[in-house]
Structure formats: structure tokens, C-alpha cells
Design a protein around this ligand. Structure first.
Ligand SMILES: *Cc1c(COP(=O)(O)O)cnc(C)c1O
Length: 391
């Protein structure tokens, strides 16, 4: 059978192919090759709605389904993904799996808004939060198991690589240890993308994404998603989405699916560019430190080589001269965009500590570079002139 809409382990195609084929309408003579956008807030319905029957768009719409199928196939999941109005909405849904007053362990260098959400939940609902160095497997699992009178954690939150410090977690070991301790394991897979790692296949219970970044890939959509193979967890997150109204608009989901078609090309090109730039930056006299897992002496190199396909396209650099010198580089670039966010086709950079909410353990002079798909020599020439600008 040649059903291009087949998802999950039923297809033996590679991820680069799945990104192109998954979620297409069933082949029919004269039928469209792309799914339509349906703009309707309500559906014709009377009597008791049947299971899965479309009723009202906050509960579900056919415009979400192709994207949800495609992301599920890329994560090698068996159940469709759940699309949300933003990455943070998906993250909030996943965190809602922690019972009231429960305990959550997460990386100290998690995405700063994830840390802000946990802090808010601590204040309002008594969520107990402990932050860890996620690259330190023993310390993380000790925090999950709960020693020294701490209760065991209900949920281990993982980002790998972390944003913006690019620490690499030993995901299989952490997932196995946390599950043995009775904790759920959620992985924010935004940085890696499903092409880099498939956390459900490494023992995670739930994967969340900021679709805004690589999956949509063009900096024109804010969107999120959660994926799980556990029907009960999926049902709870679907209910969360409905009752909190954390839903995605149909155009955004359609744009994200369109962006997803080129995921492999974009990610491969951006990663190749990043590896070249990281190496050259590491030899540049005006750069004190470079973080990129492709570099042989990077703290995450060995683990990333074992666990990830590709080293990603985010680079951390610390220009010599402190935060002012870092700001001067941001001001001097002409091709690179001074902007937050990441994972678009265009290269951008920012000094993360310009945000007062960024973790104080992130160096004040750290620039986070999101490498795009432009010609690498153009990117290098612009970075070089910015670094060499007299100051
Ligand atoms: C951007 C980002 C988020 C938040 O996603 P939004 O779509 O902006 O809500 C979560 N996690 C990581 C790692 C991110 O980079």
C-alpha cells in the first residue's frame, strides 16, 4: 500500500521524506495534494455528538489534523500530536500533568519563559520546583529521587541542548532513572527538532515544541505542540487545550505545515553553516569563548556525538571585552538580524542577559547566534567585520 498519509512506525521512510509526505490528503483523482484551510468556528450537528465528531473549533478542527499527523510521524509517535497556540501553551499543558502541590525538576538553563511559568505556578498553586545542571546525570537523578527529606519528583523536565547554554543531557539515562523513580519525563525538543532526536523513542513520556522555531522555520508564525504515546496523558492535555482555550488559528497551522516540508533542508544547511562558523569563531582573536557541540573541546561534544544527529545551529559566543563589546557586535552586524527568537531561515543574534529575567548563571556577555541558511561566506564576512569594528 502506498498511503502517503500513513504516520508513525507504519512507514519506513526516513525523516527527511516524512517531513515532505506526512499529513497529505489521501490520494484521489482530482484531489488536492495539500490540505485545505477550513475557516469555520462551528460544524453542522444535532443530537448527541458521536465520538470524534467535529462540533466547535475550540475542541478541534480538521485544519489541525494534517500538522498533528505530520509532527507525530516525525517524532515516531503512534498518536497524533496536539497543536497549541504557542510553545508556552503546550508547555503549560504539559506542566498541568503535575498534581497540585507536586514537585518538578528542571534545568537551570531552561528557556527563560518556562522558568517564569514554573515560578508563577509556585506562587499561585504551590508547585515545588528544583533546578539542576541537566548535564550532570547523577545530580539530576538525585533531585528526581528526592534525597535529604525531599519528596520524589512528579515530573522531570528536560531541554537538550539547553537554551542558551547548549548543555547536553544524557536523555536515555535520565528518562530511565526518572521513570524508575515514578516521575513523568517531558522533553522540550525545540532546539534539537525531531531530526536530531526522538525523545519518545529514548524513554520520554511527552515531547513539547515551540513550533515557532525550526518546525515552522520562517519567523512568521507563533505555534506550539505536544506529542505523547500515552492516551491518558494526551487526553488530559487535549482537555487542557480546550478548557484553557490554548488553541491555534487555522492559518498558523497551515503555514507551519508548509514550513515543515523543508525542515530537513533548512536544518541540514543551518547546521553545516553553524559548524563552519563555530570553528572559525573559536580561532578568532576577539572571541574569548565559543560554545557549539560540534567543536571537539566543547563540554557537550562527546555526548552530542552519541545522542544527536547533527550538532544544531545555535552557537554561543563571548566576545572579548564584556557585555559592552557584545552589544557593539550586535550593533555592528548588517546581514545578521539583531532579534530574539531562533530557528528561522535568517541568521539572528542577541545578548541574552539584556533580559533581566534571563538566568544570572548565563554569562552577561554571552551572544546567542541562531544560524540561518544564507551563504556561509556572507555570514562569516559580516560577523568578522562586526567583531573587528574598532571600539
Ligand atoms: C521559544 C521557545 C519556547 C516558547 O515557545 P513560544 O512558541 O515562543 O511560546 C519554549 N522552549 C524553547 C526551547 C524555546 O526556544
Amino acid at each position: 500500500m502506498n498511503d502517503p498519509s500513513a504516520t508513525g512506525p507504519t512507514t519506513d521512510h526516513s525523516p527527511a521524506t516524512i517531513a515532505v509526505t506526512a499529513g497529505r490528503p489521501t490520494r484521489t483523482q482530482g484531489g488536492p495534494v495539500n490540505p485545505p484551510v477550513v475557516l469555520s468556528s462551528t460544524y453542522v450537528s444535532s443530537g448527541v455528538p458521536g465520538p470524534g465528531e467535529l462540533l466547535y473549533t475550540r475542541n478541534g478542527t480538521e485544519t489541525w489534523q494534517p500538522f498533528e499527523e505530520a509532527l507525530s510521524a516525525l517524532e515516531d509517535a503512534r498518536l497524533p500530536a496536539l497543536v497549541f497556540g504557542s510553545g508556552m501553551a503546550a508547555i503549560a499543558a504539559a506542566v498541568s500533568l503535575v498534581p497540585a502541590g507536586g514537585r518538578l525538576v528542571l534545568p537551570r538553563h531552561s528557556y527563560q519563559m518556562s522558568l517564569a511559568l514554573m515560578a508563577d505556578l509556585t506562587t499561585r498553586t504551590g508547585l515545588q520546583v528544583e533546578t539542576v545542571d541537566i548535564a550532570d546525570t547523577d545530580a539530576t537523578l538525585a533531585a528526581v529521587r528526592g534525597t535529604d527529606g525531599r519528596p520524589a519528583a512528579d515530573l522531570l523536565w528536560i531541554e537538550s541542548p539547553t537554551n542558551p547554554m547548549l548543555e547536553i543531557a544524557d536523555l536515555p539515562a535520565l528518562a530511565a532513572g526518572a521513570r524508575a523513580a515514578g516521575a513523568l519525563v517531558v522533553v522540550d525538543n525545540t532546539f534539537s527538532t525531531p531530526l536530531g532526536q526522538q525523545p519518545l523513542r529514548m524513554g520520554a513520556d511527552v515531547v513539547v515544541h515551540s513550533v515557532t522555531k525550526y518546525l515552522a522555520g520562517h519567523s512568521d508564525v507563533v505555534l506550539g505542540a505536544a506529542v505523547t504515546d500515552n492516551p491518558a496523558l494526551r487526553e488530559r492535555m487535549a482537555t487542557y487545550r480546550t478548557v484553557h482555550g490554548a488553541i491555534a488559528g487555522p492559518w498558523e497551522v497551515w503555514l507551519a505545515l508548509r514550513g515543515l516540508r523543508t525542515l530537513a533542508l533548512r536544518v541540514e544547511r543551518a547546521q553545516d553553516n553553524a559548524a563552519v562558523l563555530a570553528w572559525r569563531l573559536s580561532r578568532h582573536p576577539r572571541v574569548a569563548e565559543v560554545r557549539h557541540p560540534s567543536l571537539p573541546d566543547d563540554p557537550g561534544h562527546v555526548r552530542a556525538s552519541r545522542l544527536l544527529r547533527g550538532y544544531g545551529s545555535i552557537i554561543g559566543i563571548r566576545p572579548r571585552g564584556g557585555p559592552a563589546a557584545a552589544d557593539a557586535v550586535v550593533d555592528a552586524v548588517r546581514l545578521w538580524l539583531p532579534a530574539t527568537s531562533l530557528g528561522g531561515v535568517e541568521s539572528s543574534l542577541e545578548r541574552r542577559r539584556r533580559f533581566p529575567t534571563e538566568s544570572p548563571t548565563v554569562p552577561a556577555d554571552l551572544l546567542r547566534l541562531s544560524v540561518g541558511i544564507e551563504d556561509v561566506e556572507d555570514l562569516w564576512a559580516d560577523l568578522e567585520q562586526a567583531l573587528d569594528t574598532e571600539r
